[in-house]
Design a protein around this ligand. Structure first.
Ligand code: GLU
Length: 449
């Protein structure tokens, strides 16, 4: 069988993560079976559809790594719908009805309605099994406002038929549309595609995902600095488990393992923590030079905003540390904007009253800084190659005198920050000379208290 599936978004909003998930599932299925993917912009709602939204959808699906083979816009296919509606009327399967307008009862409007034979319809859903609907209660439902103005169900059915769609893979919010669509299909003598309605994913409180409950637009994840393969991998495995049990899969691996039958039967929760776990994995997997290029760009912008001189080589050597601390680029942006990396590029500005920690006296703080300075002066230069060795040089003393009392003033002297990487990591990064110089500067500042 030549498999043909469709991505049929309505361009009435930014690319939603639900739209992306629909596209991912269709994509994996089609590519697995050597099928064809049709992108169909369902822009029949003229008031709400825009080119901007359509572009946002195509752009973000492409960013995720997806692609399609054919592209259509419903607004450009009016003639095809007109012919189908005309045929239904000519064959007595639909009729034009003069009715009061729903908006204004004094106005008469024309509506084209399908003559509903009122049968029971059973279809086999690949995910949910047999589903039966009694279509009597649907009545003669509307299919168009005029021959050249089709309603949603008519356009979908005509297109699915005309485009030779073999599999309709969509969210279960469309199940109740299926009997209407099958009735139109039968009236037009079109073949019935295979249906697979998958459970929608849910917000953390198991309600429908909505804007109020967090980000739903792919673009906002992209802006925060999520990586495309991470979001793709997350969306694919949200509600589908690969038979191998693997959670981290490349696009090729997902295609290899994908089967509709393995889609879960109950709705998964969209869990940002889990997405972050994926993203952290993909950030860690980036080649270090690629990571450093982006990390440097973020640091440079942030330091530039505070007029701190830029040092590219120094920034590059910082990349392993920035990478350890984040799951998403946005976090690095936040750390950088909070000045958490300034110590690396400029001497810290110290508030001398902050150097003694808690109840530790100024005299004791001076004594500890002097002692630490002695240990760190005596430590050979290569001690600074490894934070663990720097730690070893002062650890015993800090253990005897109190870690907070000794290590806080050291860390604060080196960074001028309330929060930063530990002092050994910092000393390793800035090197022996800067470490000793900063301890001296702190001692000078504290002596003036
Ligand atoms: N255009 C519809 C939507 O965005 C999808 C139609 C379908 O999957 O049949 O919800």
């Amino acid at each position: 069988m030549n498999i043909r599936v469709r991505f049929p978004p309505s361009p009435t909003g930014f690319c939603h993560v639900g739209t992306a998930r629909m596209a991912v599932l269709n994509y994996l299925f089609a590519r697995k079976h050597g099928g064809v993917i049709i992108f169909r912009s369902e822009d029949t709602d003229k008031e709400r559809s825009t080119k901007e939204f359509e572009e946002d959808i195509t752009d973000n699906l492409t960013w995720l790594g997806l692609s399609w083979d054919e592209f259509y816009r419903q607004s450009e296919r009016t003639e095809i719908y007109r012919a189908a509606i005309h045929k239904l009327i000519a064959e007595g399967k639909a009729y034009i009805s003069d009715e009061e307008s729903k908006k204004d009862a004094s106005v008469m409007v024309k509506i084209i309605r399908l003559k509903n034979p009122g049968t029971k319809i059973t279809f086999t859903d690949t995910i949910r099994g047999d589903i039966t609907f009694d279509t009597t209660e649907l009545g003669d439902f509307a299919i168009a406002r005029a021959e050249n103005d089709p309603l949603y169900h008519l356009a979908v059915v005509v297109d699915d038929g005309d485009m030779g769609i073999t599999h309709v893979i969509r969210g279960e919010d469309h199940i109740s549309n299926t009997p209407r669509q099958i009735l139109i299909q039968e009236a037009l003598g079109l073949p019935r595609p295979v249906y697979a309605h998958y459970p929608l994913h849910l917000a953390a409180d198991r309600s429908k995902l909505s804007k109020r409950k967090g980000d739903v637009a792919v673009r906002s994840y992209r802006e925060k600095g999520y990586l495309a393969p991470a979001l793709l991998n997350y969306l694919a495995t949200l509600g589908w488990t690969a038979p191998s049990g693997k959670e981290i899969l490349s696009l090729e691996e997902m295609i290899g393992e994908f089967e509709l039958a393995d889609i879960h039967k109950s709705g998964a929760v969209f869990d940002v923590e889990k997405l972050n776990w994926y993203n952290r994995h993909y950030l860690q997997a980036l080649p270090l030079p690629d990571f450093a290029a982006e990390s440097n760009a973020i640091l440079k912008a942030s330091l530039g905003a505070r007029d701190i001189a830029w040092n590219e080589a120094a920034a590059t050597s910082l990349a392993p540390l920035t990478r350890e601390r984040i799951a998403v680029w946005e976090e690095l942006r936040e750390h950088a904007q909070a000045g958490e990396y300034d110590f690396f590029f400029a001497e810290p500005r110290l508030d001398s009253s902050r150097i003694p920690q808690g109840k530790v006296s100024t005299a004791d703080t001076i004594r500890h800084l002097e002692s630490v300075k002695q240990f760190l002066t005596a430590a050979p230069l290569d001690t600074y190659d490894d934070p663990e060795r720097i730690k070893a040089a002062v650890w015993e003393y800090a253990g005897t005198e109190g870690r907070g009392a000794v290590l806080w003033p050291l860390r604060y002297s080196l960074t001028g920050l309330e929060r930063s990487p530990d002092p050994f990591e910092v000393a390793h990064l800035i090197g022996k000379e800067a470490t000793l110089r900063r301890i001296d500067a702190a001692l000078l500042a504290i002596s003036k208290i």
